[in-house]
Design a protein around this ligand. Structure first.
Ligand code: ZN
Length: 106
């Protein structure tokens, strides 16, 4: 059983991982797509199209995963429709905030 403090730390680590996954997927997609088009483009256009589509799907999934990050305090979607939010869109908890007992009533 995790303490509240551990649960918050775990949630923020999870959020950092989701953010890093987006950066990695974006870097692979931005660098990999032209490389793939150059290497395979003329010889295997269908394979190139499918691989680029898969890359876009992975990137989209990573973005969706971060958007759906549950707030460690209120449990609702932290970012809702604002992917750049620094605070929970529902309970106003700042990113990386430590757990503080009695702070939140809802
Ligand atoms: Zn919240």
């Amino acid at each position: 059983m995790l303490t509240h403090e551990q649960r918050y730390e775990k949630a923020w680590a999870d959020l950092r991982l989701r953010g890093r996954t987006i950066l990695i997927a974006l870097a692979v997609f931005v660098l990999g797509t032209p490389a793939l088009a150059l290497i395979l483009g003329n010889s295997y256009p269908t394979a190139t199209f499918i691989l680029i589509g898969l890359g876009a799907a992975v990137l989209f999934g990573a973005l969706l995963s971060r958007s759906a990050f549950p707030c460690p305090r209120c449990g609702k979607w932290f970012f809702l429709a604002n992917p750049l939010a620094r605070r929970c869109m529902h309970c106003d908890l700042p990113i990386n905030a430590p757990y503080q007992a009695g702070q939140f009533s809802g």
